[in-house]
Structures are given as structure tokens and as C-alpha cells.
Design a protein around this ligand. Structure first.
Ligand code: NAG
Ligand code: NAG
Ligand code: NAG
Ligand code: NAG
Ligand code: NAG
Length: 482
């Protein structure tokens, strides 16, 4: 009986989706034009009067460290978790107590700060916001040929990419071939980490794309690659849509954009014959359909909250380091492995060290502005006017890393539907949502292979004279050249 109701519901949903999709596809061709004009996101008037790029060192004051210490000492724990429950009720108190003890007694922020400061950090003012970023260059290559922008997501930060930086700048594969060395720019999204929070409504992925593009131009990079998962994949996508003549290639690990249309029907049909439309690996993450639906309900409560009323929960998170840690770290459990819900420790200990998890939490704590990171959900997903933008196809060369434990599962055809020029797609053997953090070697290697493919194509097309880049609007460039 249940399965008949389910089937009818799914069919109704599919029909609705197809109708919506057909309708939605007549999207406004000028959609993007609203995002090109400069804006200012601060309440002051200091748009871009100062284009200096300033050295930045993370240096948290003793007063802030003492404040954190006293808050950790004063932690009021909630009622103990049930002895029978796992992470299915949310993060368990015994795990959090253990983490907090470690935080107080063993974790050394100063040591972690030093580690982070090994990389060169900078800040520069764009559209009224101080944008923080790491900038790493290869040691040997004189000419910077391959430049990549690595964009984090939520609840991540630039910390997700720290372990990839040296790997990108110092190639070891391909015989340590120097042509494989990258220049890396790794920013904090405005409102995250050490970048200022927007002080006006409306800072979404497309606005962020313009800000990051200006950052690249200011650093002198007219052509570059973009990469990311989570919000990083959305922003990469937006940059590829808005600046196709500057973005050489777009590499993502999570599919953003709407799923709809005929694909919904395929899904329902395949609930009975899973391997008809999907290969083995794909059907393993997509079916049974009931689990897919259940998981997407069980894992997206935070999303609904943050896309509707981010400011409210922000009060609690900003006031309590342990509360914030619990909220953030719970995501590292299931988003690394959905089975974490059924484990006493959320399977966190298998994949993450306390130091890794706390480093990321600390970036949110020091920013004192987790609310502004939550608002990014409201600005993107809570804004219906952006829907046509999420249906636009990306035309720059694209690569995709398919990770088996990505909690938002996808298949190759969906990715192909969203990128007209998908030249690289890899089914990774392991890893989940925070792949660059979790399996940095695999992540970097796959990006490298993708970029090699793009470069090969470009030189082929250049030599046969087929490849014509659209000229970059110079008025745009003059102002930001260093
Ligand atoms: C951090 O700032 C303090 C002063 O606030 C200064 O004494 C110290 O040298 C700085 N540390 C680093 C690593 O820059
Ligand atoms: C380095 O790699 C490039 C492109 O993959 C290739 O053309 C070149 O021959 C390689 N150089 C060496 C020294 O292996
Ligand atoms: C992305 O793929 C999904 C699934 O095939 C599809 O419904 C959606 O329309 C695609 N988006 C674009 C922009 O093509
Ligand atoms: C948090 O946001 C406020 C308001 O925009 C800003 O003034 C403050 O400097 C931010 N805090 C930090 C630590 O960046
Ligand atoms: C994460 O832990 C699981 C065991 O819970 C293990 O099977 C998996 O390989 C780990 N992931 C990575 C990327 O090492």
C-alpha cells in the first residue's frame, strides 16, 4: 500500500517537475547582466578607493584566547544523550565532552596559527569589503601558467584546502614536471573567516563571483581556473557563467542547479530497474529511492533553517564555542559518511583528527560572524529571483570529481546536463563532501589531470586557429590591474 502511495506521489512530483522545468527553461537571456555593475557591501563609502593588497598574519590576541578559555570552562552541557541513541538524535554529548576536554587541555591554537601562517595571507578591499585570501606561488616556475582559485563552502573555510596548497605548488606526479605547478589563490567568502561580512542584503553566489573575479584581476590573473565543492561549486559555476573568457576551466565536486524534468521520471522508473539509466556506482548512491528521499530530508534541516531565518540561530552559535562546534562538527560526520548517523562517535574518529575539526571551528569562532555565513543560504536558496540563474548551462571546459560519499548524490548524465563542455569526469574511489580536506592527494591529482586536458585542448585549438577567446572588456581590466 505504502509503495503504491509512494509511486503515485513520485509520479505527481515528476509531472509537476517536468511542467515547471519546461516553463523555467524559457529563462531570461539577460539574467546575468544585473550582476556586472559594481556594488558596495559596506555601509561606509569606501568602495574601491584603496586597491592595495596588504600582508596579513593571523594573530589572535591573548584577550580573545582568554575569553574563549573562560567560555569553554563555563560550558553548560545539555541533558545527556540517550544511552541507546547514536548520532541519529544529533551529535552525542560524550563525543562533545571529549572534544571539549581536548580543546581545553591539548589543542594549541598558537601552534595551529603558526601552521596556517606558513602560507602567505593577504587582505584587499573590494566593494567595501576586506577580502582575505591565501596566495601561494610555485617555487621554480618563472612564468605563472596555471592559476587556480580554490573556493570553500559551509561549514568549511580556507582550512579545507590547507593540505592541498603545497601539493599544488610543488608537483610530484608526472615525474615532478614543473609545467604542473600551480599558483593558488584561496579566499574566504565574504562573511566567512577573515573576510568582512556584507552589511547589506543580497550578497549571493553571483555577487560573490564578481568580487572574486575582481580579486583575480587585481592580482594580475586574467585567465584562471576555478574549483570547489559546496558553495564553492556554486560560486565556481557563477564565475564560469559570468566570465567565460577568463575562466579556463571549472572543476567542481558537487552539483548545484536544479534537478528536474525528464530526469525525475528516469529516477522513478529506475527505482525498479536501477541499472537501466545509471551505472553500478551511481545506482549505489541513488537507490533505493526511499533512502535517497529519507536522507535528503534527514540531512537538510539545517538548510531550511539557514535559508529562512539565519539570524535567530546565529545568536546561540555566536555565544557558545561548544554549541558552535557541535553544530559544525555534526556535519563532518554524515557528510563524510552517512553511516555516521548510526555510530556512537558519528564515525568522526575514523576520518578526522580533533585538530582538523577544531581548526575549522576556530576560524568561525574568531570571525565572530557565523551569522553572516549562515545568511549565504538565505541569499542564494531563499531568493526565488535567482532560480533562472541556476538553470543556466556552463559552457567553459568543465571537470567533475564524483565522490562516493558526497551526501548530495549525482550521476554523470546530470553533470553533463549542466556543463555543455564536460571534458573530465572521475569516479573517485573514496571521499565525501569535504574531499579536498579528506583526501587532498586524490583531489589535487584529479584537478591536475583535468587542467592538463584543458591545456592540451587549448594548445591544439590555438595551433589550428580554431580557438578564439572573446576579448576581455578592457574598461573592466584597466581599473584592477596591479
Ligand atoms: C601578534 O601580536 C602581538 C601584539 O598584539 C605581537 O606582540 C606579536 O609579535 C604578534 N605575533 C606575530 C606572530 O605576529
Ligand atoms: C611536462 O609535461 C608536459 C605536458 O604534460 C610535456 O609536454 C612535457 O614534455 C613534460 N616535460 C618533461 C620534462 O617531462
Ligand atoms: C542540471 O541537471 C539536471 C538533471 O539532469 C537538470 O534537471 C537540470 O536542468 C540541469 N541544469 C542545467 C542548467 O542544465
Ligand atoms: C563581524 O562583523 C562586524 C559587522 O560587519 C564587523 O564590524 C566585525 O569586524 C566582524 N568581526 C570580525 C572579527 O571580523
Ligand atoms: C573514513 O572512515 C571509513 C570507516 O568508517 C573508511 O572506510 C574510509 O575509508 C575513511 N575515508 C577515508 C577517505 O579515508
Amino acid at each position: 500500500m505504502i509503495s503504491i502511495i509512494f509511486c503515485i506521489l513520485a509520479l505527481a512530483l515528476a509531472v509537476y517537475a517536468i511542467v515547471k522545468w519546461q516553463h523555467g527553461h524559457k529563462s531570461d537571456p539577460d539574467f546575468l547582466s544585473q550582476f556586472f555593475p559594481d556594488k558596495s557591501w559596506s555601509l561606509g563609502d569606501d568602495g574601491e578607493s584603496n586597491t592595495e593588497v596588504i600582508n596579513f598574519k593571523i594573530n589572535i590576541s591573548n584577550a580573545k584566547l582568554d575569553d574563549l578559555r573562560s567560555r569553554l570552562d563555563l560550558t553548560k552541557y545539555p541533558v545527556a544523550s540517550f544511552s541507546t541513541s547514536k548520532f541519529n538524535y544529533g551529535i552525542r554529548d560524550d563525543y562533545i565532552r571529549k572534544l571539549t576536554e581536548y580543546w581545553k587541555n591539548e589543542y594549541s591554537w598558537k601552534k595551529q596559527e603558526q601552521m596556517m601562517n606558513k602560507y602567505s595571507h593577504y587582505k584587499t578591499m573590494i566593494e567595501g569589503l576586506n577580502i582575505h585570501f591565501i596566495h601561494c606561488r610555485p617555487k621554480k616556475v618563472q612564468e605563472e601558467k596555471k592559476v587556480i582559485l580554490l573556493i570553500h563552502g559551509w561549514p568549511g573555510s580556507f582550512v579545507e584546502y590547507l593540505e592541498t596548497l603545497d601539493r599544488f605548488t610543488t608537483p610530484t606526479s608526472n615525474g615532478g614536471n614543473e609545467t604542473d605547478a600551480f599558483t593558488v589563490v584561496c579566499p574566504s567568502i565574504p562573511g566567512f573567516g577573515f573576510s568582512d561580512p556584507p552589511q547589506k542584503e543580497g550578497f549571493n553566489g553571483f555577487e560573490c563571483a564578481r568580487v572574486f573575479h575582481k580579486l583575480m584581476l587585481r592580482l594580475g590573473y586574467v585567465n584562471y581556473y576555478v574549483a570547489g565543492g559546496d558553495w564553492g561549486s556554486l560560486i565556481s559555476r557563477c564565475m564560469s557563467l559570468m566570465y567565460p573568457s577568463c575562466v579556463n576551466g571549472c572543476y567542481t565536486t558537487m552539483l548545484t542547479g536544479s534537478t528536474g524534468g525528464i530526469e525525475m521520471l528516469y529516477l522513478v522508473i529506475s527505482a525498479y530497474i536501477p541499472t537501466f539509466f545509471y551505472n553500478k556506482m551511481e545506482s549505489k548512491v541513488l537507490f533505493p529511492l526511499k533512502a535517497l528521499l529519507t536522507n535528503s530530508l534527514l540531512e537538510t534541516g539545517y538548510f531550511h533553517l539557514q535559508a529562512t531565518k539565519p539570524d535567530t540561530v546565529g545568536f546561540a552559535l555566536s555565544d557558545s564555542p561548544v554549541g558552535m562546534a557541535a553544530y559544525i562538527i555534526e556535519k563532518f560526520s554524515t557528510w563524510t559518511d552517512l553511516n555516521g548517523r548510526q555510530a556512537d562517535d558519528g564515525l568522526l574518529q575514523n576520518n578526522w583528527t580533533f585538530d582538523q575539526l577544531l581548526n575549522n571551528v576556530m576560524i568561525y569562532w574568531w570571525s565572530e560572524n557565523i551569522t553572516s555565513s549562515l545568511r549565504f543560504y538565505k541569499e542564494n536558496s531563499g531568493n526565488r529571483k535567482l532560480q533562472p540563474g541556476f538553470r543556466l548551462k556552463v559552457h567553459v571546459p568543465a571537470g567533475y570529481g564524483w565522490y562516493p560519499n558526497e551526501f548530495i548524490p549525482t550521476c554523470k548524465r546530470w553533470v553533463e546536463n549542466n556543463f555543455s563542455n564536460l571534458i573530465h569526469f572521475t569516479y573517485m574511489k573514496k571521499g565525501g563532501h569535504f574531499n579536498a580536506f579528506e583526501v587532498p592527494d586524490m583531489f589535487v591529482e584529479d584537478v591536475r589531470v583535468f587542467v592538463r586536458k584543458v591545456e592540451a585542448l587549448r594548445s591544439e585549438q590555438l595551433s589550428s586557429n580554431l580557438y578564439k577567446t572573446k576579448p576581455v572588456k578592457l574598461s573592466h581590466l584597466d581599473r584592477y590591474k596591479t
